[in-house]
Design a protein around this ligand. Structure first.
Ligand code: DOR
Length: 431
């Protein structure tokens, strides 16, 4: 199959060019006329739209196995392709937990069968996510799934000795440990960001220090072990300061921020609507401002969705009983456009860096996040930067509909996604 994208602006820069894709790679960039060796080629008129490398999400919950009433690998892959993603990392907090080769191989195989996006299973760090003993990291790394990212996400690896061992093993295996930074003793019963608003609304607080203290500890553990560490969903301004300090002293730490922590704040909690409940919680305006600046500067490396679908009965209930988490795959680009591009903090080349190149590097994916150049794999996304759309949860590809952006008008629309040269999504539809 070959595809000719006519009149696209690479990274949103320079004059429009044509991009010819065949046999899974970019064959030619320049002025390509259909007809000259392009018979049978699908032609896409880009009208100056922005071409970027396909997005890579280091943090997705696909809920399979176990909660197929909220999401499946198939529905989540569709949401990913429609959101411009060509690779996603599926978190381990499934049922059964992805803490062994059988489960990670199932997730990997099912992702291949669906074929809309590369689904890379994340392995659990500890058996059953219990934080007590290490899972079989080596077996998962060497399995067909080739696990390269390990996380107990949803739970913190709180025991410093277990975390230290995990970091030491990860270096030997050439894999990365991604920490859900939440000191559990500081967040017992926590429901919302600890501060004035939570007190007024009667929520038990989740203090920023619960995140900051684990990130500081883990940066020290990683530095002493000479290991790499990845910090999941940074939510607090103070964490950005710790990351800057650790990076300045040479610690091999990377970090992600979610779209919702870039845009939304705890002001939304006044409605008591559990759609806004998420872990870590929505924080304050100054936190979002600091996170945006840290992402622009590279102190925070990338955007990851923490796409967390939940069935109606787990969200449409009283706040305390509701599960934390919100959908993110189909809205990520638009939220990044709103918070980072419209504000002038990032240009489209910067978007390519934080949504594709850096996450691919962090996870060690050789065929993702590559330059837009002849000979490179055709994992691509075309974005209409001028278009706007209104988010409707019921219209998203996920089985669950728990989007916090319901009814919101957002900029930037994904019009085409290519996985190894094959069109996976076009004009809001799966192909
Ligand atoms: O809000 C969240 N939801 N945070 C997590 O860490 C886990 C996730 C989930 O699995 O629903």
């Amino acid at each position: 199959m070959s595809v000719l994208i006519k009149g696209t602006r690479l990274y949103g820069e320079g004059d429009p060019v044509d991009v010819l894709v065949a046999d899974g790679v970019i064959v030619e960039i320049g002025a390509v006329e259909p007809g000259e060796g392009t018979e049978g080629t699908e032609v896409v008129e880009a009208d100056g739209q922005v071409l970027l490398p396909g997005f890579v999400d280091l943090h997705t919950h696909l809920r399979e196995p176990g909660r197929e009433d909220a999401e499946t690998i198939e529905s989540g892959s569709a949401a990913a392709a429609l959101g411009g993603y060509t690779a996603v990392f599926a978190m381990a907090n499934t049922d059964p937990v992805a803490d062994n080769a059988v489960v990670v191989e199932h997730v990997w195989r099912r992702g291949r069968e669906v074929g809309l996006v590369d689904v890379h299973p994340v392995g659990a760090v500890t058996a059953g996510l219990k934080g007590e003993k290490l899972a079989e990291l080596g077996t998962m790394a060497k399995s067909v799934a080739g696990v390269r990212l390990f996380s107990d996400d949803g739970q913190c690896v709180a025991d410093p000795l277990i975390m230290r061992r995990a970091l030491e093993y990860s270096t030997a295996l050439g894999v990365v440990i991604a920490q859900h930074a939440e000191e559990p003793r500081l967040t017992v019963g926590a429901q919302a960001h600890e501060g004035e608003r939570a007190s007024r609304l009667g929520y038990a607080g989740w203090p920023a220090s619960a995140e900051e203290s684990i990130v500081a500890r883990d940066c020290l553990l990683a530095a002493h072990a000479g290991a790499r560490l990845h910090v999941c969903h940074v939510s607090a301004a103070g964490t950005a300061d710790i990351l800057r300090w650790a990076k300045d002293r040479g610690t091999r730490v990377s970090a992600e921020v979610t779209p919702h922590h870039l845009l939304l704040t705890d002001e939304r909690l006044v409605t008591y609507d559990p759609v806004n409940k998420v872990n870590p919680p929505l924080r304050t305006g100054p936190d979002t401002a600091r996170l945006r600046a840290a992402l622009a500067e590279g102190v925070i490396d990338c955007v990851a969705t923490d796409h967390a679908p939940h069935a109606v009965q787990d969200k449409d209930c009283e706040w305390a009983a509701a599960r934390p988490g919100m959908l993110g795959l189909q809205t990520a680009l638009s939220v990044v456009a709103e918070t980072m591009v419209r504000t002038g903090l990032l240009d489209w080349r910067g978007v390519a860096r934080v949504m594709s190149e850096r996450p691919a590097e962090i996870a060690g994916l050789p065929d993702q996040g590559r330059p837009l150049a002849a000979g490179e794999p055709a994992n691509l996304v075309l974005v209409d930067p001028e278009a706007e759309w209104t988010v409707r949860g019921a219209e998203l590809a996920s089985i669950a509909a728990n989007t916090p952006y319901e009814g919101m008008r957002l900029p930037a629309v994904v019009t085409l996604t290519l996985l190894r040269g094959r069109i996976t999504a076009r004009e809001g539809k799966i192909s």
